[in-house]
Write a protein that binds this ligand. Structure first.
Ligand code: AMP
Length: 279
């Protein structure tokens, strides 16, 4: 596995692969890798000849009061996992190399990124779209693999790819969960023992809402109340819960499939997100 630390080196290596007729798949990550990330790597390997994993805790997608400093980091462990998973190159740029001191050019998606996490985390998606654009420009992938766990992010990236004509096929992979249903997340490493016990309430609440939907409930507010009640009972603090169209991410009082129930909650001081399809 090759370790690459600058955009210029990444572009040179990718160009050599393309000249040799190789197709490249990219899996963007912020590291502290888990089985959810590794499931994306398996898809990438099946879809292309070369798999690149990027590892970059992107400062511009964190708000000033958020957990950038506390975000879990384990670059040695990540390197070992990538090597064992058959990754061809690990692109691990330094923050100073990604963002010049006078960096002033941003990519901004202005519709899908407005609500849900966009409302709770102002500026978050501007950081995401900008860094993903930079990663696409460095790697030039044929395919990029993202996770459904970050449903809004996946939709925003698909929109960016369409709107800016990136020649990249975006694949969105299913959410990988722990045995008790908790969606795998790097942030799970930061949960206290108590918060880890409370955390499955997020998935449980979403499942109860999906059951209610399958039993005919179509009022968005009623479905949202089911998730809120489950989190409250577990002692977790709700950030948001919403039922939205899966195409537009807009909320209507009456739910029309294909829809998405999405929630964010604080377990102790750790903010986790999750979502399920309503079909
Ligand atoms: P992150 O490192 O958290 O920024 O995530 C990198 C990529 O892995 C994103 O596309 C995520 O949606 C995806 N991902 C994170 N957790 C999971 C999971 N539990 N299952 C599937 N994909 C995931």
């Amino acid at each position: 596995m090759t370790l690459i630390e600058s955009a210029r080196d990444m572009q040179g290596q990718a160009q050599a692969w393309r000249r040799a007729g190789r197709r490249i798949a990219l899996v963007p990550t912020m590291g502290a890798l888990h089985d959810g990330h590794l499931s994306l790597v398996r898809i990438a390997r099946a879809e292309a000849d070369i798999t690149v994993v990027s590892l970059f805790v992107n400062p511009t997608q964190f708000g000033p009061a958020e957990d950038f400093a506390a975000y879990p980091r384990d670059s040695d462990g990540d390197r070992r996992l990538c090597e064992a998973a058959g990754v061809d190159a690990l692109y691990h740029p330094a923050a100073a190399a990604m963002y010049a001191e006078d960096f002033s050019t941003w990519v901004n998606e202005e519709s899908l990124s407005r609500d849900l996490c966009g409302a709770s985390r102002p500026g978050h998606f501007r950081g995401v779209t900008t860094v993903v654009a930079k990663l696409f420009n460095a790697v030039g992938p044929d395919v990029a693999v993202f996770g459904q766990k970050d449903a809004q992010q996946a939709l925003v990236i698909e929109r960016m790819v369409r709107d800016l004509d990136y020649p990249v096929r975006v694949i969105v992979a299913p959410t990988v969960r722990e045995a008790d249903g908790l969606a795998m997340s790097s942030r799970n490493r930061r949960l206290s023992a108590e918060a880890r016990q409370q955390a499955p309430a997020l998935y449980r609440g979403l499942c109860r809402a999906r059951e209610a939907f399958e039993n005919g409930e179509r009022r968005a507010a009623a479905l949202e109340a089911v998730v809120a009640a489950e989190l409250r009972a577990a002692g977790a603090r709700l950030d948001y819960v919403t039922v939205v169209s899966r195409r537009t991410l807009r909320r209507g009082e009456t739910v029309v499939a294909p829809a998405l129930v999405a929630a964010a909650a604080f377990l102790g001081d750790v903010r986790l997100i999750d979502n399920l399809f309503l079909d």
